[in-house]
Design a protein around this ligand. Structure first.
Ligand code: IPM
Ligand code: MG
Length: 368
């Protein structure tokens, strides 16, 4: 039987995006060789790099390649040189356009502390010692990121006014809640839902709809936290969480905060999934490390490729149905860390500090 061939559109983007994406491709190729399938990678400009080359952060060529792909592997976008551009030309506009185009409403951000990295976390052992293993399920195509009205206007008296709108319909809340509860069923059966129901109507509706959906999942425990309190509890009792369900904005904040539990944001992958399916009938996912473009260390082989590599594992699992290969990548990452290999962001005395490419090569060598 011919080996299945999957099409992956690579969008390396800006800053450290290209080097970490290259690391992920190295590891994915090793996984494909070991597990009997083929990957066809194509690279396309996005973000600031695309703006420089083509005058737009999301060129037609890139959009067409994404349309045709089984999954999209993304690096990072952004940089200080683009900060002054109007919104539609900014690198981040490409990211939001992709999320919206494929209706990628569910952003999954696993927060996993690898035991050998306990000392890399700024939190005390008594807080994280019992383990940290939860997943943030962030709504990604609604809320204040997309709500109307939005904009900056100048009133008649010359006052300038900036407006964004937090808005959610019951259907938007219900589908992300269902995703969260379904994921919880495959884990420890607990959902912590985050809102500001004490001040925001959109938050009150969020809580009501989450409770309605919870009735479909009587075997899953549900807890509600106000967002400010959630920010505190993440640092106080991180081991208590299993699935954390949040709106677009709160999920954005809480995932950066939670990243620090694990030692470095350079370790955290994410998968964005929606209703769109690929040729296999699986979600046409978008896979993006949580870290940004880190322009200060770009192009110097200093970045941690593990977030991008773990994105590769999520891609294998969710978009290609290659669970064995996904587990092999995750095991290889765990082994490399157990054996004491580190990048600069997670180094502690007595460990071997590797560059981006060498770290990816160590992971690739341990697959199969
Ligand atoms: C993220 C990022 C993006 C977001 C930015 C780059 C637009 O912070 O994916 O967490 O706010 O969603
Ligand atoms: Mg963010």
């Amino acid at each position: 039987m011919a080996r299945p061939t999957y099409r992956i559109a690579c969008l390396p983007g800006d800053g450290i995006g290209p080097e970490v994406t290259r690391g992920a491709v190295t590891v994915l190729e090793a996984a494909a060789a070991a597990y009997g399938f083929a990957l066809e990678f194509s690279a396309h400009p996005v973000g600031g790099a695309a703006y420089d080359a083509a005058g737009t952060p999301f060129p037609d060529e890139t959009r067409e390649a994404c349309d045709a792909a089984d999954a999209i592997l993304f690096g990072a976008v952004g940089g200080p040189q683009y900060d002054g551009l109007p919104w539609e030309h900014r690198p981040e506009a490409a990211l939001l356009a992709i999320r919206k185009r494929y209706d990628l409403y569910a952003n999954l951000r696993p927060i996993l502390l690898y035991p050998p990295l306990r000392d890399a976390s700024p939190l005390k052992n008594e807080i994280i010692g019992g383990g940290v293993d939860f997943i943030i399920v962030r709504e990604l195509v609604g809320g204040i990121y997309f709500g109307e009205p939005r904009g900056i206007t100048t009133l008649e008296d010359g006052t300038r006014r900036g407006v964004n709108t937090e808005v959610y319909t019951d259907a938007e809340i219900a589908r992300i809640a269902r995703m969260g509860f379904t994921i919880a069923r495959g884990r420890r059966r607990k959902v912590t839902s985050v809102d500001k129901a004490n001040v925001m109507e959109a938050g009150r509706l969020w809580r009501t709809v989450v409770d309605e959906v919870a009735r479909e999942f009587p075997d899953v425990e549900v807890e509600h936290l106000l967002a400010d309190n959630a920010a505190m509890q993440i640092l106080r009792r991180p081991g208590d969480f299993d699935v954390m369900l949040a709106s677009n904005l709160f999920g954005d904040f809480l995932s950066d905060e939670a990243a620090m539990l694990t030692g470095s944001i350079g370790l955290l992958p994410s998968a964005s999934l929606g209703a769109a399916q690929n040729r296999l009938g699986l979600p046409k996912g978008f896979y993006e490390p949580i870290h940004g473009s880190a322009p200060d260390i770009a192009g110097r082989d200093l970045a941690n490729p593990l977030a991008a590599i773990l994105c590769g594992a999520m891609l294998l699992r969710h978009s290609l149905g290659q669970e064995e290969a996904a587990l092999a990548v995750e095991r290889a990452v765990a082994r490399v860390l157990e054996e004491g290999f580190r990048t600069g962001d997670i180094k502690v005395p007595g460990t071997a500090v590797l560059g981006t490419a060498a770290m990816a090569a160590e992971v690739a060598r341990r697959i199969g």
